[in-house]
Write a protein that binds this ligand. Structure first.
Ligand code: SAM
Length: 202
């Protein structure tokens, strides 16, 4: 379903998201209504053996809402795109799963989040991951580039959700898999909340 947003409202939403995630890049602690960092990863059942191989700062920067890796396997040698990669935790997990013969790209709208992801990556021995600053609504890849698209907590933030879904399907190879963890709205928002543009990214 598409919301009819004016270009001004779309701009306000994206500016608000950039402002919020510039702060989250320093630390997500206390900025979300759900557990983040190691507590979030443990509650969501991430594989402790993989987490053990990743730096503390990568675990600390996790602010996903679910565990996309619980939705299906990622195999050795595959190519994975992580949309809204944040501090990069899911990209690093995917990089362990695909191994040295595979490749992972993380994309995020926030330059501070991309910088944080690179700081986290530098503390690993992984050579099969790259991060780029881009919106999930316009992916800078040719059709059929990836075996798997992962996203965690990003869909709910995107003004044009249909466009992101279309883009994710476009860059998947035939038979590719979409592993999406996100929040859904159950019920109707009060007028007060639905009319406030900042409800989008609070
Ligand atoms: C809730 S955080 C989740 C981050 C990461 N997936 C994780 O699990 O830790 C949402 C992320 O989506 C990014 N984001 C928001 N809108 C985006 C867009 N249009 N395109 C790409 N990334 C976006 C934010 O900058 C933020 O890093």
């Amino acid at each position: 379903m598409e919301l009819l947003l004016s270009p001004e409202d779309k701009f306000k939403i994206e500016s608000g998201i950039r402002e919020k995630y510039a702060k989250v890049a320093a630390s997500p602690e206390g900025l979300f209504k759900y557990p983040t960092g190691r507590a979030g990863l443990e509650a969501l059942g991430y594989d402790p053996e993989i987490l053990k191989t990743l730096p503390k700062s990568a675990l600390d920067s996790f602010c996903g809402v679910g565990n996309p890796f619980s939705l299906g396997p990622i195999n050795g040698g595959e190519t994975v795109l992580d949309i809204g990669s944040g501090g990069g935790l899911d990209s690093l997990v995917a990089a362990r799963l695909v191994g040295p013969g595979g490749k992972v790209v993380g994309l995020d709208l926030s330059p501070e989040m991309v910088a944080r992801a690179y700081e986290n990556l530098k503390q690993t021995d992984l050579a099969n991951v790259a991060f780029q600053e881009f919106s999930g609504e316009a992916l800078p890849f040719p059709d059929g580039s990836f075996d798997v698209v992962v996203s965690n907590g990003v869909f709910n933030l995107i003004p044009n959700k249909g466009r992101m879904l279309q883009e994710a399907c476009r860059v998947l190879k035939p038979g590719g898999r979409l592993l999406i963890a996100d929040q859904v709205l159950a019920g109707v928002l009060t007028k007060n909340v639905s009319e406030r543009i900042d409800s989008w990214f609070r």
